[in-house]
Ligand binder design. Structure first.
Ligand code: GLN
Length: 353
């Protein structure tokens, strides 16, 4: 009888501990960041943002890739993954959308791993173009021609740096790498690939233009094809958040513990995301949000909070620059409420009072 009572007490105590004592957002291994908001705060703010913007219908699906035009524009999912692999998700979290331009982040990481960051910087550069992501003018005008690894021209050039005996070997290496960053195997959405491959004359033109300037480093059309495949990889919002959390965690996947991206390369990747992650919306994003992020025309955006975690949002309606409208609003709301803006001393706990 006494024992029974003791057992009940232990169970009740455990329940109280697990329910009310939230783990900090960035318990890096055993060490918790002193400035990280706790789990309960994060959940409450993300939920608030989700409810606030749920019925927002501004923007429209990308339609230059026919498949994307018919994706249900009401789909809406949010995921947070922390550097200690706590996961919090809301909404349409099972749906696999195409990663699109967010893939460029991870091909950049691979290229740096293969030939070193300095060579990638020489061959691609990292200057914002101030133009649309698929701009031909930027290629013609910019001294580097490639611009940076996140506009289409620079991204195709970056993909062309990946080594392999043939196109298949290069592509399989890329797909495998993305899977290791996400912590689980990822696959190509074949219909997206076919739809994009049938309509990507603009990207082929960019690639040939780069060839004219000797700024593409493998066969121009093969490189566009591999690039088109990498853009057609499917991810759900939690997988995307974990891909961001791997960057937040210095290149080490928080779920598998694998050091997938070299820690020394992470600052190069995050600085490029800050300057060019949302194309010609990047300046406004840095002003309002202050977090390295990357968008894709599939409707995903992932934002990285170094040392703490990442937030990914999926919602297909885009603004003029090609960035998901709802994803931007949710991330901005969460970043403000939780003081995540990296340019603000508040992000490291200086509240100013
Ligand atoms: N695959 C798309 C393209 O090449 C990627 C662009 C994007 O997501 N912004 O146009």
């Amino acid at each position: 009888m006494l024992r029974e009572k003791l057992r009940v007490r232990i169970v009740v105590a455990l329940f109280i501990v697990t329910t009310f004592v939230s783990a900090p957002l960035s318990a890096l291994g055993q060490k918790a960041s002193p400035v990280a908001p706790n789990r309960a705060q994060v959940e409450a703010v993300v939920r608030e943002a989700y409810d606030k913007f749920r019925s927002d219908t501004s923007g429209k699906n990308a339609d230059y890739i026919p498949y994307l035009a018919q994706v249900d524009s009401k789909l809406f999912g949010v995921a947070v993954v922390t550097t200690d692999n706590q996961v919090f998700t809301l909404g349409d979290i099972k749906y696999s959308f195409s990663i699109q331009s967010i893939s460029k982040v991870y091909t950049l990481a691979m290229a740096m791993e293969e030939i070193g960051a300095d060579k990638v910087f020489d061959r691609v550069g990292s200057e914002p173009t101030g133009r649309a992501f698929n701009s031909v003018f930027a290629v013609a005008d910019m001294p580097s021609h490639t611009g940076n690894p996140f506009v289409n021209a620079g991204a195709i050039a970056t993909t062309s740096l990946i080594s392999g005996k043939n196109a298949d070997e290069k592509w399989n290496k890329i797909l495998d790498f993305y899977g290791r960053v996400a912590g689980e195997k990822l696959t190509l959405i074949d219909e997206v690939y076919k739809s994009e491959a049938a309509t990507n004359t603009g990207n082929k033109a960019l690639s040939m233009l780069l060839a004219k300037y000797e700024r593409i480093y493998a066969d121009p059309f093969e490189s566009v094809d591999i690039y088109t495949k990498q853009c057609s990889v499917g991810v759900n919002v939690a997988q995307l958040a974990r891909m961001g959390a791997t960057l937040a965690n210095n290149g080490k996947n928080p779920a598998t513990g694998e050091q997938v991206i070299k820690a020394e390369d992470v600052p190069y990747i995050l600085s490029t995301m800050t300057m060019a992650g949302l194309y010609d919306g990047s300046g406004g994003w840095a002003w309002h949000v202050g977090l390295p992020a990357k968008s894709g025309v599939g409707g995903g955006i992932v934002a990285v909070v170094p040392g703490k975690g990442a937030i990914a949002v999926f919602s297909p309606r885009l603004d003029e620059a090609g960035n998901s409208v709802k994803a931007q609003k949710v991330i901005e709301y969460v970043a403000r409420k939780l003081d995540l803006n990296l340019f603000s001393p508040r992000s490291v706990g200086l509240k100013g009072e």
